[in-house]
Write a protein that binds this ligand. Sequence first.
Ligand code: PLP
Length: 473
Amino acid sequence: MIDSKDFRKHAHDFVDWMADYLENVGDLPVKSQVNPGEIFSAIPDEPPASGESMSTVFEDFKNIILPGMTHWQSPNYFAYFTANSSYPSVLAEMLTATLAAQCMVWETSPAAAELEEKVMNWLREMTGLPSSFEGVIQDTASTATLVALLTAREKFSEYRINETGYSGNEHFRIYCSTEAHSSIEKAVKMAGFGRANLVKIETDAALAINTDKLKQAVEDDISNGFTPLCVVAALGTTGTVAIDPLQPVGELCEEHNIWLHVDAAYAGTALVLPEHRYMIKGIGMADSFVFNPHKWMFTNFDCSAYFVKDVGALLRTFEILPEYLKTGSRGKVNDYRDWGIQLGRRFRALKLWFVIRDYGVEGIREKVRNHIAWAGELAGAIREHPEFTLFEPQNLGLVCFHYTPRGISDNETLNRINSSLMQTLNSSGKVYLTHTKVNGLVTLRMVIGQTSVTREHVQSAWKLIRETASELN
Ligand SMILES: *Cc1c(COP(=O)(O)O)cnc(C)c1O
């Protein structure tokens, strides 16, 4: 077991390793190239009976674990959405791990509670959200959406389901588009609504929710005895970053007293740029809003910013007060235990505070603006290319496209070619990108949003894609 003296030595070594890693991560194969089971079989079946030296453990980390890691902080990472990080965020995580505090109520760590309140206010200002919202950090957008659905359920059932459970006479309906994230369906299942009561609304050509169809579905449900409870609008779908129009959706929700939850997990970060605030026209009608600083705002996973208008409803849904949690400060300060699902909470506000202070709002803006500009440039090049087809509208830092070599037009062949193009690119270790399906077509997705990505990385990825495609043909 290491003692304080060894800890100091290893910590210094680790920091050197961390700095080297982050400087050179672009040289590693971005997607891990191991086969299933390879790491599992490299680790002994039995735990060590007596302690091993930290140097041995660290060697194994480098030799066994590292090859089995996909390098999300590589500037050649263009897959899914980024889960980006940054130096100030990592530094804060080191301190958080050292303090190892449970931040469940104010008294168990007053600074954590008060800093959380403050940085959530900062985020609200930075993204142009209305001051009627109050924020709390959740672990993920999935959790935040579940929290929103549960709060809506309680508010509109007069807090009865929490007390006596479902009576069987509730006929709640939840709505989202066919392009909405899978976490909504999961939350609907967990909240006990039943998946059959999640109404997936068709989208328009831009893959945003078709508001006429939404209106129709809500009205049909009302005439059939259902209670429309919640609409989850996507501000940036995962597939193509389609933006559901909040204004008409919000008006419909106001008219029928429906909770409007906005899932802006990825796109919310772009709201730091005033020129992208068109996306939240109508936000005043929303009841809750979530975005993930852990995707695009340089803050280590996990850190999801959840904003809610009716904090009273949130607290009434989640608060519990066993004797052992009673404290003298109740009512004067925020006890975040009552703002979500879990009791124990990490000190997540610290890393946000470090990131925002290190970059400054302008620093964050500059990076995000660059990402969006480089994505736009790439989109332009793809649009011009005779053998590639760009999916439009192209939004924010995501570029969706597929390879359409001359003379090939049937979907099945195109899908096969595009899947194998993606596979070849990813197994080269030089880039990592993923795909979605648009109208039955395998469509490659390139997300420009990694903290250390530069214009050159985007351009060389595009060059590699063109070369690999023509070799494949
Ligand atoms: C990534 C994503 C989510 C899920 O985010 P988690 O924080 O991993 O739960 C939800 N919705 C959208 C639109 C996303 O892009």
